[in-house]
Design a binder for this molecule. Sequence first.
Ligand code: SF4
Ligand SMILES: [Zn+2]
Length: 145
Amino acid sequence: MTDGWALRAPCRGQDGFTPNEDDWTNGDDLKRLCGPQLPTCGPCPFRAVCIATVKPAQAKFDGIAGGRLWCNGEVIGALDDVVEEELAEPKLRASCGTEAGAKDHTRHCERPCPSCRQAVREMAARRNTEKAKEPKQLQLDFTTT
Ligand code: SF4
Ligand SMILES: [Zn+2]
């Protein structure tokens, strides 16, 4: 991380915030290996941005971020003063080149990128073809004799 805040964070240059892959198998191992580093996050003013950057839940993160100890993206330990608002991870955006991607562009007040525009055109064309293939509406006769 080269962001300015990371250079000013209390954990800067410190080890032990993430476990060596070979050293752990479960949450207790993580508590033993990384737990002692948790108090470092205590005075850190960057907990929310730390979580927004690491995206521990989405990334299935193991280790310490934002005043919490994470195991496979779940919080298994935390400082006493953590607050819910720090946990807001940015929503994942749909990939480009899909209809959902195009919608996300619109939602973010952006013009859909060329591959998303293409995807929308292709979907519309596909729907039109499907519609053309549909049998003409059946004439149902409900009149009773
Ligand atoms: S919250 Fe903890 S892990 Fe994140 S930047 Fe601050 S000290 Fe480092
Ligand atoms: Zn796009």
